[in-house]
Design a protein. Structure first.
Length: 116
């Protein structure tokens, strides 16, 4: 069973920053597109950002210019640096590993709360 292990969630004030990290097994990390999704209460899960094995990135419009996704190929980790956080960024954030020919893998989720 593949485990994606997330860390770094918490409570932050509006305008603050947080970094989420996700560790994946080497055999997954080296070829899968890694990403972050989020799900707020009463809403559907939505894409936040992705990064391919070659380092190409995509972002949801709502986080462009504020969030940055990166991967460390030596540590098999993918980070999501979140800056200028807003209350509407409050959600459970999930790490995702995707490749077209197999089902996706998901982490257990980490809570991010933006509140004064």
């Amino acid at each position: 069973q593949v485990q994606l292990v997330e860390s770094g969630g918490g409570v932050v004030q509006p305008g603050g920053s947080l970094t989420l990290s996700c560790a994946a097994p080497r055999r997954i990390f080296s070829i899968y597109t890694m990403g972050w999704y989020r799900q707020a209460p009463g809403k559907q899960r939505e894409l936040v950002a992705t990064i391919t094995s070659r380092g190409f990135t995509t972002y949801a419009d709502s986080v462009k210019g504020r969030f940055a996704i990166s991967r460390d190929n030596a540590k098999n980790t993918v980070d999501l640096q979140m800056n200028s956080l807003k209350p509407e960024d409050t959600a459970v954030y999930y790490c995702n590993a995707h490749i077209a020919v197999n089902p996706d893998f998901w982490g257990q989720g980490t809570q991010v709360t933006v509140s004064s």
